[in-house]
Design a protein. Structure first.
Length: 253
């Protein structure tokens, strides 16, 4: 068989582009599965694992796609170049998201936020909902307090001039409007306990609100703690800030 009639081999970059295609497709499947997992009854930790693996596959797909495009001069060889470009785009996106998170945009590496770190509100009824593998209901301690003061110095007790009963009832209304599941209320103790579910993969975070009278003032403390995980991507701090802002806006002049 002479050179003219010999079968041609694969064009350069074909294999890398094909890998980019399948890694991208599998990554999309895992990412979408992770995002819809909570509605299917899959645990948030499993959902997060699927999303993480999907993101890693995007990065590898990006490397393969870039290799395929470079080796083929942008044609993708004998494979479809669109998947090489999609792999590159997805890989860049996954890398940017990783670096942003590692750079601090994901929040401080804590999961227990309290307006009062010296005397944090305590969970009572909510504590009974936590499993043996969940974070303990007790406050996380001095190290967490120090990190919070540096990362979120604006989170402080809310001081109002409204009567304690009015503040308690308004705080309960605000909590319900924010979509939290009210677990228990104790107006005598000034305590409201609730559970919030994150929109992202359905993590459960518990919240306790404490309303106390001090002379002519009413002091409101809020604590929000994740049931699982070491960090919270800033979700608990944002929740506390949003609640306090909404409650202050509802307070009478």
């Amino acid at each position: 068989m002479n050179e003219a009639t010999a079968p041609k081999g694969r064009a350069r970059g074909t294999r890398a582009t094909a890998w980019a295609k399948w890694l991208f497709i599998i990554g999309v499947v895992l990412l979408v599965t992770g995002l819809i997992a909570p509605s299917a009854g899959i645990s948030p930790m499993v959902a997060m694992l699927l999303i993480t693996i999907g993101s890693l596959l995007f990065i590898v797909a990006g490397i393969c796609g870039a290799s395929g495009l470079l080796r083929s001069g942008g044609t993708g060889g004998d494979s479809q170049p669109v998947f090489a470009w999609l792999g590159v785009a997805a890989g860049i996106g996954a890398l940017i998201n990783t670096f942003v998170y590692m750079g601090g945009a994901g929040g401080a590496p804590i999961h227990d936020i309290s307006t009062n770190t010296d005397d944090p509100p305590q969970f009572v009824e909510v504590a009974k909902l936590r499993g043996e593998n969940d974070n303990p209901a007790e406050y996380a301690g001095d190290e967490t307090a120090a990190i919070q003061k540096e990362a979120y110095p604006e989170i402080q007790p809310l001081v109002l001039l409204d009567p304690r009963t009015f503040v308690f009832e308004t705080a309960l209304q605000v909590a319900e409007e924010m979509g939290w599941e009210i677990v228990a209320t104790d107006i005598e103790a000034g305590r409201i306990e609730a559970t919030a579910t994150t929109s992202f993969v359905g993590f459960k975070d518990d919240v306790v609100i404490r309303v106390r009278a001090r002379s002519a003032e009413t002091i409101v403390d809020v604590r929000s703690k994740s049931r699982v995980g070491r960090g919270d991507m800033g979700v608990n701090a944002e929740r506390v800030r949003d609640f306090l802002a909404a409650l202050e806006a509802r307070a009478s002049p």
